[in-house]
Design a protein around this ligand. Structure first.
Ligand code: IFM
Length: 458
């Protein structure tokens, strides 16, 4: 493994109160799926079907964070981050998704939160990172409205137990991906292939977010956000066919999830008419003010009109997009790529933030980058350092241009279960040995630790 050149210059100075963190999620790291009274999740069931996970693995053990969390918290402390974004597993807390709360499940997060606070790290739980309880999935999952209501009851249970020590909350992670990959294309749990009939899953997740915000506020929470994935969409050419395709893709990835939250309306009336109602009333719940808006940024997308002669699905960084869709991904040339094949374009992060300012103006709350990272192999991961260095400089440019960005979380602390890819894609600052599960900090971990010490020196 060669080490890519890294800028010798220290990072520019970020504001003193800027939040530095790293992110993980329960289904990708915890394991222990049959311990402590946890119920089954849609991902447990999906990953058990042969052929669903590319390397034939599953997340029953994952990286055993459930048992090794003290070691992982020690890594956070040594790294020097101020905050840790993790997710709470809904099936651990409410095994059937609705009904009885499992106190033993909450005990685990109780221990984790206490360990984080003792290490001087602010806990930032995400309430839902795709692990829908299987009992709810069998009743329709996010395609049905009741799931949103059950989600709010679960949010209340978590806030009742942790709200005395947790002061920053995230409702959902990336509802766009669950809608598209889980319900639209069937490449993630629950493996449904409904294409555009998956849209109710988007609406019900957004409704679940709004109801959960109400539940958290009723418990006194005052610092709530959501983590949505966004990226600039570039039309493959100026032709009408390509710009129409790119606009539709942008609408589905970006505006379908940001407009209802920030503007209280869907970006397209025809699309809103396809959603289960009462949509107008739901939008009032969905668009309650947020304390901040979380953006997960990885890459821009270049999109064109579908190719009528395409022989099969187009591979878009591991996702297979069928040729029947009204848009098709196109190669982005001239930029390095991660091991996942994703183009590395730090400037697109600045562009994305500028687009948010243009689109949402005064309706845009402060932004937090809730995920940004890359998949590369090896302990001497100079490419990851170059990636992070480049994106942090791009973020600093956005701050200098007056954008109100309050924090940045690296995805991810540890190598983990990368969904349908299994363990082949390594996003961690810390290497995890697949056989022994031993944790070894990579070069990027030491780089970030030094950078954070430098920032702290003011
Ligand atoms: O691993 C995922 C995470 O669960 C959600 N955001 C993107 C990451 C990398 O694919």
């Amino acid at each position: 493994m060669t080490t890519a050149p890294v800028s010798p210059k220290p990072l520019p100075r970020f504001p003193r109160d800027f939040v530095w963190g790293v992110s993980t999620s329960a289904p990708q790291i915890e394991g222990a799926v049959e311990e402590g009274g946890r119920g089954r999740s849609a991902w447990d069931v999906f990953a058990a079907v042969p052929g669903r996970i590319k390397d034939g693995s599953d997340a029953r053990v994952a990286i055993d964070h459930y048992h090794r969390y003290p070691e992982d918290v020690a890594l956070l402390k040594d790294l020097g981050v101020g905050a840790y974004r993790f997710s709470v597993a809904w099936p651990r807390v409410v095994p059937d998704g609705s009904g009885a709360v499992n106190a033993a499940g909450l005990d685990f997060y109780d221990r984790l939160v206490d360990a984080l606070l003792a290490a001087g790290v602010d806990p930032v739980p995400t309430l839902f990172h795709w692990d829908t309880p299987q009992a709810l999935e069998e009743g329709g999952g996010w395609l049905v409205r009741e799931t949103a209501e059950h989600f709010a009851a679960y949010a209340d249970a978590v806030a009742a137990r942790l709200g005395d020590r947790v002061h920053r909350w995230i409702t959902l992670n990336e509802p766009a991906e669950l809608t598209l990959l889980g319900y639209g294309l069937g490449q993630h749990a629950p493996g449904r292939q409904l294409v555009f009939d998956a849209l109710p899953a988007a609406h019900h997740q957004l409704l679940g977010h709004g109801l959960a915000v109400q539940a958290l506020r009723a418990r006194g929470a005052g610092n709530i956000g959501i983590a949505n994935s966004h990226g600039p969409t570039w039309a493959a050419s100026a032709s009408e066919a390509d710009t129409t395709a790119a606009d539709l893709y942008d609408l589905l990835l970006n505006r379908l999830f940001a407009d209802p939250l920030l503007l209280g309306r869907y970006p397209d009336e025809g699309l809103a008419a396809l959603l289960p109602g009462p949509v107008a009333d739901d939008l009032k719940i969905i668009s309650q003010p947020l304390d901040w808006y979380g953006i997960n940024y990885y890459q821009p997308t270049r999109v064109g009109a579908p190719d009528p002669d395409a022989a099969g699905p187009a591979d878009f960084g591991g996702i297979l997009l069928p040729p029947e869709l009204p848009f098709a991904p196109r190669e982005i040339e001239g930029f390095p790529r991660t091991d996942f094949g994703w183009p590395v374009v730090p400037g697109a992060l600045t562009e994305l933030l500028e687009t948010f300012r243009e689109r949402y103006g005064a309706s845009l709350p402060p932004i937090v980058i809730t995920e940004n990272g890359c998949s590369y192999d090896g302990l001497d991961d100079g490419e990851r350092i170059t990636f992070l260095d480049g994106h942090l400089r791009a973020l600093h440019e956005a701050l200098a241009a007056g954008l109100d960005v309050r924090g940045y979380f690296v995805w991810s602390l540890l190598d983990n279960f990368e969904w349908a890819e299994g363990y082949a894609r390594r996003f961690g600052l810390v290497h995890v040995d697949r056989a022994t599960l031993a944790r070894t900090p990579k070069s990027s971990y030491r780089w970030l630790r030094d950078a954070l010490r430098d920032q702290a020196r003011g």
